[in-house]
Design a protein around this ligand. Sequence first.
Ligand code: XMP
Length: 531
Amino acid sequence: DGFPAPRLFSQGVSYTYDDVIFLPGYIGFPADAVDLSTRLSRRIPLSIPCVASPMDTVSEAAMAAAMASLGAAAVVHCNTEPHLQASIVRAAKSRRLPFVSSVPLFSPASTPSLSDFAGHDYGLVTERGDSLSKLVGVAVAAETSSRQAPLPVSEYMRPAPRSVSASFDFEQAAAFLADEGLDYAPLVSDDGEVIDLITVNDVERIRSYPKLGKPSLGADGKFVVAASIGTREDDKRRLEQLVKAGANAIVVDSSQGNSIYQIDMIKYAKKMYPEVDLIGGNVVTIAQAQNLVASGVDGLRVGMGSGSICTTQEVCAVGRGQNYLRKLEKITGLRVADVFKVGTVFYVFLKKFMGVVQSERKATAVYKVASYAKDHNVPVIADGGISNSGHIVKALSLGASTVMMGSFLAGSHEAPGTYEYKDGHRVKKYRGMGSLEAMTKGSDARYLGDTLKLKVAQGVVGAVADKGSVLRFIPYTMQAVKQGFQDLGASSLQSAHELLRSETIKLEVRTGAAQVEGGIHGLVSYEKKAF
Ligand code: XMP
């Protein structure tokens, strides 16, 4: 009954996650007993199998801290100056709280206006107006002078209250505020560096979310944070700064990882920084994976052109099926026409190359690469194309150790950028790192376009609907993944991988009609609300 994976995936057809369906197994344990712990790379354990993409609309300090506090991880993008990327890594690693509020800092002589508070209720006043000088007071946005000649902040700031140590975790910091009867307290490192501000509002917000599990902590006792680099010569300097900032893993970010540039970079990084795990990619075939494994990678990132904003398969005619998506339309919950009205969008380009928006894609890459990588003890990250918990169950059961998500996490509270309203929807920008807009900022190296005079986009710019905090929706998503594993009869990722290998897990291909039947159908209308 059904096909074992080796048979299904050896027929010369490239399947997407939606093309295949697992047959149910035997349930012998409760869903809560399913263990989702895994590894990001050879030496980095995670409690849940989620990784945030190295994209400039997904992973900066707030996402990295939130993901690590959930037991997951984020890869800080490299579409910025090396020292700024390193400071993002440092900012995420400098605390044990599940959030980063990036409080504004002022010098005593400054005269901030309301807009300088950037929506924050408070700002911190330090001797020099930066985080490295002594804290002298707190500026309250509501008390900011609105007179013609504004007062220096030192004239009306409040005295600095007692500080919370940055090494406090959430419960310790919450207890401190309650015990001291404070509405807010500055977060300060052991070296006296001003890091952030925690308020009772933050405490209440986090308390309303599901309880946090075991955070991802590195050997240094700090949050696990990964960061990406390119393969240019000057990325060696970037690498050095990231390692100094404490990055636990480095992802060599390339859309086609099987290149002399990447292999040279992997060898260099392994020799210079043997203590840091190196993740290579992207790959979709065993031959590509073999080259990177031989170079010494500690993890492999799998996927090419299957991401929601990718046009690589259309533009370059290479890649391999991973997922079926009605691309942005499906993930945003907005009509494509609405999505692309937002921001700077190369709509003409899009229409030309992105039959994608209306079309469906095929995939098999995760199973093929993972079946090879398993024998070499190299964890696989299934990258891109995740738009629901079912896709996560499929990616993991087909051999991946984690899933990497862009659009699924974009639009969240923790994603960089600000919300804007478009046609009644609250949205945040989400853009491909191969979009012209992102490449103009420097990410062209990912597409080996750095030396080319003519840049050809391999991605698009769009927007995704507000999803709230990842601290809230990732736990719900993981609960759904546990239920999927329970249905399969797999009590852990390892057990799922063994069941796949022993050909106990069986699959079938779904016809178009079966896919329609498997989705919501037959209703006149329904409200699409994931969480
Ligand atoms: P999702 O589907 O999660 O995909 O939004 C995120 C992944 O997509 C890749 N990525 C791109 N691929 N052009 C591409 O072909 C792009 O502009 C682009 N930007 C990101 C990347 O692997 C990411 O993790």
